[in-house]
Design a protein around this ligand. Sequence first.
Ligand code: GLC
Ligand code: GLC
Length: 811
Amino acid sequence: MRYGHFDDKRREYVITRPDTPLPWINYLGSTAYFGLISNTAGGYPFYRDARLRRISRYRYNNVPLDTGGRYVYLRDDRSGAFWSPTWQPVRRDLDTYTCRHGLGYTIIESSCEGIEARLRYFVPLDDSLEIWQVTLTNRRAEPADLSLFPSIEFCLWDAYDDAANFQRNFSVGEVEIEDGVIYHKSEYRERRDHFAYFACSGAIAGYDTQRDAFLGPYRGWDNPAAVERGACSQSHAHGWAPVGVFQTRLSIAPGASESVIVLLGYHENPRDDKFDPPGSQTINKRTVRPIIERYLDPAAVEAAFDRLASTWDALVGRCQVATPDVHTNRMINIWNAYQNMVTFNLSRSASLFESGVGRGMGFRDSNQDLLGFVHMVPARARERLLDIAATQLESGGAHHQYQPLTKRGNAGAGSNFNDDPLWLVLAVAAYLKETGDWGILAEPVPYENQPGTEAPLWDHLERSIRYTLDRLGPHGLPLIGRADWNDCLNLNTFSDEPGESFQTTANRDGHVAESVFIGGLFVLAAQEMAAMACHRDGADAGRFLSAADRMTQTVRQHGWDGAWFLRAYDDFGDRVGSATCAEGQIYIEPQGICVMAGIGLDNGLARQALDSVRERLATPHGIMLHQPAYTQYYLHLGEISSYPPGYKENAGIFCHTNPWIMIAEAMAGNGDRAFDYYTRINPSAREDISEIHRCEPYVYAQMIAGRDAPTHGEAKNSWLTGTAAWNYVAITQWILGIRPDYDGLRIAPVLPGDWDGFTATRVCRGTTYQIAVRRAGPGNTVSLEVDGQPVEGDCVPWTNRESVSVVATVR
Ligand code: GLC
Ligand code: GLC
């Protein structure tokens, strides 16, 4: 069953009923002012940091689930009837409804009582505000007298305190109302130099700024007293809950339309020029007024929207494909690229499943997110790499997370996740392959943001490698630390205290438990270091290669279980992810990463591991993380066994890991299997089972419930997941095989057998590659013609020509 359809031409997903199984969301904003918006206008914006600079209030885990938003009420002033043109929060039946989620904007259209409404929400590229464009058309035979009430409930900035510290909150709320603009200025009197504003282009018939004056006692957002009554009360918030509400009256002739622009913005003033006049407590509005005036002009709004649209054209235009599969095309050309941008911007901070108060930017997460983003805006990827590296510790280890606003490591989230530093190597390698910007390796970057500790980025990478080598366990495999990629495999935690953090508690010394996964990751990273070293001066290449070889031998010797790669050794030196275990006998992660590192490709182990995955882990909904699921809590395994069987890390289909198997299958030459796995979790290919999948069909979710769960096939935690970047890498670089490398653009497809080829456009290092791949035989051997000339091998050497045409024949 579907709840809408793709409109690929407009690059939109069109939702055709408001009561989707879960709120289906989109994101607004691209650099500093961000927001999420649901298909019924729920959600909230924030400036840079979803916790520390939350602009409007959202009530997570409420009933209904999606509570708080950019709500607009329409009232028929003759009959008194009122409704929400976005369905929520009034939830009165609408005669028609569609929501179009597009790249950086959302349009909700509906009709009710003969009034058509169209609301377009977006954030202009370079300003810190969002625009709600409301257009109403009267389809009645007689004139319509309407009141429009746009509304927003302000958050008192720190979203965590806002939801917890009421003894203070109920007293600090402050607003100013001037020239028809509502300014939210809580805490501006003291240490904040920023405020929010709410403005409306319509003639203002009334306003409210105190929530309970607008709603009325014992009422919710679904039936505000002021809307019912048809009049605001010009309330002034002193403490309690500041809101912005305007009432504007519109008389619309039959067949005519009226438009109103609503602005919600964030603004900062220079600290020494906060007040006007100086010495007063009144906000200096000279700096913000021109911005407000500009965007209340419809022509400026159209121009801003057009700029947003053409920016997205260019961004997705950097990689476009035409394959025989519509789901592949749509994900690569539109949605997966878009999701990559969102994960790059937001890491795991704010979604319907991430409350924005819990997590900053993840060290390993952001490095992996970059893999799917680097081709879109390499300059931002560069900046991000330097930010991440600056949070690295002198030991080579990493803060597991950092706060985007301060760019400082978050001590509360801990460190010693022993895989973390290696991801930096992979991300820098991806950046170098994409750009050829070797200068980045010489950039001075501090450790732990401490001035005076600056060292070239290359030094950071070396320390990442050394960090692993300094921490080898009894079998010569890397010690796992708090956890490796799998945050929930906590082999040193041994926690029996309810509520204690599985990630930051350690009751063991950590000198025994080892990770085969980190072993594989290390080999991959050390190989990249060797390749980078070759390009620098060749000096250390041999050292990195022999470290990779040694680890490969160790993994073969101590990390192979007989029919698949072992997962780990626990604190007792016992096997995890072994046929000898009662539960959790085979895990997906080492099968993926070890094969990706090339381990076992030459001697049949890789094939055997991948066959075991197929036999034991693959389901029609994707590949499970391990089997059998843990049916009880194991003190020595930690959080993984805390989840009920089939969910999350306990044998859920943790989608992030599936593309590793796709890549491994492609490396092993099996295009059919790689593509089959790709299709199983491709959200577009799952659109027809939306009632089972339940999350958005246009983006990946972190998890799909595994076979052991009663809700097998149900997705959760959509949007902010490493699944986005890795699936993009798997399909574009390994299945379609268009893979930037140090020396050129590799074209090495491993396609499904029944494809006769595909075409693609890929922009890289200033050159546009027009690529045509054609199948002439059943294998994966490629011969290339570049601008009509045969080229040896499968790599198109980098060039400074503007455009290059490549024909690849696969036999
Ligand atoms: C979440 C975390 C990620 C981790 C994964 C597996 O996606 O953000 O860092 O690797 O879970 O535990
Ligand atoms: C990861 C896991 C999640 C776990 C969390 C702890 O995100 O996906 O299951 O609870 O890490 O921080």
